[in-house]
Design a protein around this ligand. Structure first.
Ligand SMILES: [Zn+2]
Length: 567
């Protein structure tokens, strides 16, 4: 049976732009355990206080599937293993598994460690034996193994033998520099298995040659039973082997049952929640779990998928918890719209008047610069409008936005929006301040609407993007605004296009709010409870707080800064 060893919290934390708090690490460990990962490497105790804190707090996690692993190196040269503070810290972490790395490459021993080849073998042997004497499961990571194997094969093999004879439970071959390719991994596997037939083997690969996943799979074919990697391929330089790809490859392509079917179905959600905790924008093109992994665009292509999914999909996306997406874009044929509509649970037959009408409306909007990929809430509203099933929640009478640079020597910019709307034949006139014009308009609009639609208070705008469509026109160019909104349950994206940035933002903002109200009314009419849990296992408030850190414009101005003008 193949065992999965995750090192997101240790090797993944080495990635550029990653800084996990102890709380982040605990959340990730819980997610990995829920998925069914067998080993979770929590960090390097003794190397920094954050990792020590993690191991202390991790004792309360009650992990159901995973064993926690503490990482470290072999003892220093010239000291006893029992007197080595790094090995002591591993023992003190009180986890059941130790993973220690040692040098396999002679050049690294003589140049980096500056010791003799013999002393390095003693360091490996004594360190493994010491941890075994503490009744720990010991995984020995042979650092730079493949480079060592190429440079001085007999010595590289001797280091493995030293670890095995000292009692290591598993010998992990590490492609530390990530430069190997699958044929080299296969060749080395053949040799090590012949020389040390009794050993249990693991693999740890990096992606510098673009082969991290392929190398890990090649090693499995060659006989390894422990696969190390990180989620979403996080790791220094080009990253580590991506477990969210390796897992379905092992299970669906190679026939190794590593997770239960139910666990495999949570793969996409867990990969995304780890991205969120890591404050990384998920990679849309990531195999299996990426947002675009099962997205279809071209017309013929889409109609083929709608008839028989296997024509353009290598697996059923639901097996890994992902879903098929039909993109509505310029290339769309009629079947795209129909399929999208079906996905939106809008039911109409193929050649009705409504279909033509929606297609015409879509073409007209696209000619104006609208682009509904990634703004599916606006598309849904467009369809509802064309079908006359959509009743706007309010009517705009007018707005004014004033941006003033204060003459107080502090270079302070103040933005104020005044807004007049009619809701249920009542006129509302509100003022909102904000960090910028869109924020001010949002505050003014919410002030006006929340009295009528209290559920709007659950909605926050979490991302705002502006794209210039016809850049050649310079400052008179058309812009497309995308706004992402969330409530406690869903996220949705809306869009607006205009030559005026504020108008484009306003259109996207109105759609965002209309969509929330529309969604709520649908739920009411379907008589479904709206109080279900958010995405499983995710602390949404925290997620949002992190998300806010990389929004392009910050909307998070306290509500009470907008005021209703009495009249
Ligand atoms: Zn590594």
């Amino acid at each position: 049976m193949i065992k999965l060893f995750d090192t997101t919290l240790r090797d993944g934390a080495q990635a550029e732009g990653i800084s996990f708090s102890t709380h982040d690490k605990l959340q990730i460990a819980q997610a990995l355990d829920r998925l069914g990962i067998h080993y979770i490497e929590g960090g390097w105790p003794g190397s920094n206080p954050k990792d020590n804190q993690f191991f202390k707090e991790a004792r309360t996690l009650n992990l159901k599937n995973a064993r926690l692993v503490a990482f470290g190196s072999t003892r220093r040269k010239g000291v006893k293993a029992s007197a080595d503070p790094n090995l002591q810290a591993i023992v003190d972490s009180k986890v059941p598994v130790a993973c220690i790395f040692g040098k396999s490459w002679d050049m690294q021993v003589t140049h980096a460690l500056r010791t003799t080849l013999e002393e390095n073998l003693a360091m490996i042997r004594e360190s493994v034996a010491y941890l075994k004497s503490k009744r720990m499961e010991v995984i020995y990571d042979a650092e730079h193994f493949f480079d060592g194997f190429r440079a001085n094969r007999p010595y590289a093999l001797k280091t493995l033998q030293a670890a095995l004879e000292a009692g290591a439970d598993c010998l992990t071959l590490c492609d530390t520099n990530g430069g190997s390719i699958p044929s080299q991994i296969m060749e080395a596997m053949k040799v090590v298995k012949r020389v040390l037939p009794k050993a249990v083997w693991g693999i740890h690969t990096h992606n510098d040659s673009g082969c991290a996943v392929g190398n890990a799979l090649a090693a499995v074919e060659g006989g390894v039973t422990l696969v190390q990697g990180t989620f979403n391929g996080l790791g220094e330089r080009c990253g580590n082997a991506d477990l969210s790809v390796i897992i379905p490859d092992l299970q669906l392509k190679m026939g190794h049952k590593v997770l239960s079917e139910a666990q495999l179905r949570s793969l996409t959600e867990i990969a995304h929640s780890i991205s969120e905790i890591a404050n990384q924008v998920p990679n849309d093109r990531q195999p299996y779990v990426g947002n675009s992994a099962f997205a279809h665009k071209g017309g013929i292509h889409v109609s083929a998928v709608s008839r028989h999914a296997a024509t353009y999909e290598h697996i059923d996306p639901s097996i890994v918890g992902n879903q098929r997406r039909v993109l509505v874009g310029e290339l769309s044929g009629k079947s795209n719209v129909l399929l999208k509509a079906k996905e939106l649970k809008i039911d109409f037959a193929k050649d009705t008047k409504a279909t033509h009408q929606i297609l015409e409306a879509l073409k007209k909007r696209e000619a104006e610069g609208y682009h509904y990929e990634g703004a599916e809430a606006s598309f849904e509203l467009l369809v509802e409008k064309e079908l006359s099933r959509y009743k706007p929640s309010f009517e705009l009478k007018g707005f004014r936005v004033v941006v003033e640079r204060k003459q107080n020597g502090k270079d302070e910019i103040v933005t104020e929006a005044t807004l007049k709307i009619v809701v249920n034949s009542k006129e509302e006139h509100t003022v909102g301040e904000g960090e910028g014009p869109v924020n001010a308009l949002d505050n003014a609009l919410r002030k006006a609407l929340e009295r009528f639609y209290p559920s709007l208070s659950e909605t926050s705008l979490v991302d705002f993007k502006v794209r210039v469509i016809n850049a050649a026109a310079g400052t008179a160019a058309r812009v497309r605004v995308l706004i992402e909104s969330r409530d406690h349950k869903d996220a949705w994206t809306t869009t607006g296009v205009s030559t005026n940035l504020i108008q484009a933002s306003w259109l996207a903002l109105v759609d965002a709010i209309e969509y929330k109200l529309f969604k709520d009314s649908l739920k009411r009419s379907r008589n479904k409870s709206d109080d279900g849990p958010g995405p499983a296992g995710m602390d949404l408030d925290r997620g949002l707080a992190r998300f806010d850190r990389y929004v392009h414009i910050d909307f998070s101005v306290p509500q009470d800064r907008g005021a209703v003008i009495p009249h």
